[in-house]
Design a protein around this ligand. Structure first.
Ligand SMILES: Cc1cc2nc3c(=O)[nH]c(=O)nc-3n(C[C@H](O)[C@H](O)[C@H](O)COP(=O)(O)O)c2cc1C
Length: 396
């Protein structure tokens, strides 16, 4: 049933780097370059979770995603050449159990992003950071360093916390209430932003951080690395509409999404800001609908790792409000197939139509995942992207 093309062979370690003007040799220069991702006006496309074992599909099929460095590099180059906008990783420290220990093998996101930015030309690569596990001064410098390396192509996905067993594994205490989590995240991010924007040294005397004579140089290459935040709770959304360029939310039911996106735009507008709303989708694209549906049922039902799915769903429902709690049964199936992502299943025309419907619901973009990203992306590139271009949704 699986695709015959596999991405297990090795790839050359280096690729010619396109020379872009180095901004300045002055280490104290302030960023002046526009941020490449924020210049793009078309419907954004990225990938999600390729740094994690099994990607977004909680499945036991043997062709499930292997998150090796070689596979990630291969995928990044395919995406870069196809004009895809970004790659987004998941920061995960322990797996979800089940037969496959879903997400038990994960490439660390800051180092992963650094390597990929060095090996690509136009793609933005996000790092994902748990506020509680990473000191903001360290993160500000890490992201600024990647941004210098990639000439403005680094992004930061901020995670305020939800996965209690993971916090216990790290010896951290997850605040039970969202007020405390997001108050901490707010101070954490205000500090990162000041470190990126303040030309001099400063003291910081906050509730969580007290710093003396801190400064951070170099600054990011771009004006501001794009900030992404995924929050379902009211307080999380307040945080995102106040601070992020993009808010991530699941698209479970597009009628609901339309109102939700409009509300999020309104909430950002009330703060004098513009925030794009992104979602995440899982792609099963085949020449016929019957083939696509048969493969979905094969990997996402018959061979799903249901024990891991249930661990994932239970954790989501215990600690986070990302998914609407009244849609559990539907979500369990979608969790198996694509970690709760919007299903883009069918022929190239049907998949393209699904993406068009996301745009019509008000989303500014979506991530894509595949059971085997490297084997399946080229078919999507060759058949779906031209339809999106013809529809005016994509420049590339
Ligand atoms: C697209 C997306 C990406 C996310 N990435 C991560 C991640 O890498 N690591 C993580 O621990 N949580 C991740 N999360 C969880 C969120 O950052 C957030 O903590 C969670 O949705 C709970 O927020 P809430 O309680 O405000 O709903 C992600 C969620 C979504 C929807």
């Amino acid at each position: 049933m699986g695709q015959c093309l596999h991405a297990r062979d090795t790839v050359p370690a280096t690729r010619p780097y396109r020379e872009l003007p180095s901004k300045s040799t002055d280490a104290h220069a302030m960023p002046t370059q526009p941020t490449p991702l924020l210049q793009r006006k078309h419907f954004l496309l990225g990938t999600f979770a390729s740094n994690c074992s099994s990607g977004m599909s909680v499945t036991k099929v043997p062709e499930r995603w292997q998150n090796s460095w070689d596979n990630n590099l291969k995928l990044a180059r395919l995406l870069d050449d196809a004009g895809i906008d970004f790659m987004l990783p998941i920061a995960r420290w322990i797996g979800y159990g089940g037969e496959t220990n879903f997400h038990g093998d994960v490439l660390e996101t800051v180092t992963w992003a650094t390597g990929l930015v060095a090996q690509t030309r136009q793609l933005t690569v996000f790092a994902t950071t748990h506020t509680a596990a990473n000191h903001p001064v360290v993160v500000a410098k890490q992201i600024a360093t990647i941004d210098q390396l990639g000439r403005g192509r680094a992004g930061l996905n901020i995670v305020a916390g939800w996965n209690n067993p993971e916090y216990e594994a790290l010896g951290l205490k997850l605040a039970p209430d969202h007020e405390t989590r997001y108050a901490y995240a707010e101070e954490w991010y205000q500090l990162v932003r000041k470190l990126w924007q303040d030309p001099g040294r400063f003291d910081w005397d906050g509730a969580h951080f007290q710093l003396k004579g801190i400064h951070s140089h170099p600054k990011p290459y771009g004006e501001m690395p794009p900030i992404l935040n995924a929050a379902g709770s009211g307080l999380g959304r307040e945080f995102a509409t106040r601070n992020a360029n993009f808010l991530f939310t699941p698209a479970i039911d597009l009628a609901r999404s339309k109102d939700e996106v409009a509300e999020l735009h309104g909430s950002a507008r009330a703060k004098g800001r513009k925030v794009g709303v992104l979602t995440f989708s899982h792609v099963v694209c085949r020449p016929t609908e019957a083939e696509a549906r048969a493969y979905l049922s094969h990997f996402g039902q018959q061979h799903a790792d249901w024990a891991a799915v249930d661990n994932l769903v239970n954790l989501q429902f215990a600690h986070a409000q990302s998914f609407p709690h009244d849609l559990l049964a539907l979500i369990r199936d979608r969790m198996a197939a694509g970690h709760g992502g919007f299903p883009l299943v069918g022929t190239p025309q049907q998949v393209a139509q699904g993406i068009i419907s996301l745009a019509e619901a008000g989303f500014s973009g979506t991530t894509l995942s595949f059971v085997d990203y490297v084997a399946e992306f080229p078919y999507f590139r060759d058949t779906v992207l031209p339809i999106l271009r013809a529809h005016g949704l994509r420049d590339a």
